[in-house]
Design a protein around this ligand. Structure first.
Ligand code: HEM
Length: 351
């Protein structure tokens, strides 16, 4: 985009540089660019050519960068607008689902006996990820939308104080989220490898849409595997782009990613300036966060009011045996078989 201007600048710099005393009408003030005319000089500034200014900031010595205007228009325009529709759409869909299907009950009624679903370490990992995600989501949404909603209600001063605290929390809580993410990946990845059982689960809509339908599942069903991989991949992408925003002008993630994508047929720009990198990181971070919040709203719904007996899995770690048989029959068989083997193994030495 700036190629010709850069070439022009390089050519200008190759010229013998007149000293300030030799500067005549039409040459650049201070003669920094040799015989470049005033018009060319200002044009280069307007085009955002790096190095025109003497300042050596990491952003690359640009005085004007028009892509900043485009970035702001995209952030405050389509990204914010479609983000609102996405979140309202997710809540509306869940409300319609609740109105039509109601709370999914344990059809055979509670058995009264329980089975351990998640060990304490798994629950710590889940709540670390979940708690930090909720804080990040609320403080992040405030950064995007707060200014439109809160100042008229609580006043500018209070909004400024809340947003400053929220920004600080957002920066630091991000690390707790990353730790939680690594923990749930390590603990659950083996249970989330896609399998043929998932196809059958999806074919029956997971039994979510009709009573009396309970497709078999192991520890995690097909829908949960989607939530798992969305959390891991979306979370990793949020972490990386968030890192780029926390430590500005130090990464070339987008240029590197675009170069890799170009190898498989894309033709994306790879001569990105440090400022372009920041702007892309901000847009990507926001889009991924909004999509993830939409998915997690559905997850929170089904893990709490949407399904009788589900919350206990992450609350006490113990679930009702009938709930487990209805939603994770193959997993129950595996656990009971292991339990039998264990008892058998313990009993053997005594025999
Ligand atoms: C804040 C409210 C939340 C509630 C009430 C909640 C509830 C639950 C429950 C009950 C389970 C176990 C389901 C089962 O036994 O089969 C679960 C699993 C899980 N949760 Fe959450 N959760 C919440 C937030 C989150 C957040 C924010 C994330 C990620 C950013 C998350 C990621 C996961 C993952 C990956 C699983 C395993 C896969 C799955 O069950 O879908 N949860 N959650």
């Amino acid at each position: 985009m700036v190629g010709p201007a850069v070439a022009q600048e390089a050519a200008a710099q190759a010229q013998p540089q007149p000293g300030p005393e030799e500067a005549v009408g039409g040459t650049v003030p201070g003669a920094a660019l040799g015989t470049t005319s005033d018009a060319d000089f200002w044009r280069q500034i307007r085009r955002g050519v790096s190095g025109v200014s003497q300042q050596t900031h990491q952003a690359g010595g640009r005085l004007i960068q028009s892509s900043g205007d485009n970035w702001r228009a995209v952030r405050n325009g389509p990204v914010s607008r479609y983000g609102v529709w996405l979140l309202i759409g997710a809540v509306a869909l869940l409300a319609v689902f609740f109105a039509l299907r109601g709370r999914i009950r344990i059809e055979h009624g509670p058995a009264g006996t329980t089975i351990e679903r998640f060990a304490p370490i798994e629950r710590v990992a889940h709540w670390l990820t979940a708690g930090s995600f909720v804080i990040l989501a609320i403080t992040g949404l405030n950064l995007l939308y707060g200014r439109y909603v809160l100042p008229p209600v609580i006043g500018k001063e209070a909004f400024a104080a809340i947003t400053l605290a929220g920004k600080w929390a957002h920066n630091w809580v991000a690390f707790a989220f990353m730790v939680g993410l690594v923990m749930i990946f390590v603990l659950w990845v083996v249970h989330n490898i896609p399998s043929r059982v998932d196809l059958k689960w999806f074919a029956q809509g997971g039994g979510l849409f009709s009573k009396g339908v309970h497709p078999p599942a192991r520890k995690f069903n097909g829908g949960q595997k989607i939530v798992f991989w969305a959390t891991i991949l979306g979370g990793a992408s949020l972490s990386l782009s968030g890192w780029a925003l926390l430590d500005p002008f130090t990464t070339t993630m987008f240029a590197d990613t675009f170069a890799a994508l170009n190898l498989v047929g894309f033709s994306l720009p790879t001569d990105l300036s440090p400022m372009d990198e920041q702007q892309l990181a901000q847009i990507w971070h926001t889009v991924v966060a909004l999509v993830m919040i939409g998915i997690i709203l559905a997850h929170i719904y089904i893990g709490s009011i949407g399904m009788e007996g589900a919350f206990a899995a992450m609350g006490s770690g113990q679930v009702d045996l009938n709930w487990a048989r209805e939603h994770h029959s193959l997993w129950v068989d595996e656990v009971l078989e292991k339990e039998r083997d264990r008892q058998h193994g313990h009993a053997q030495p005594a025999e």
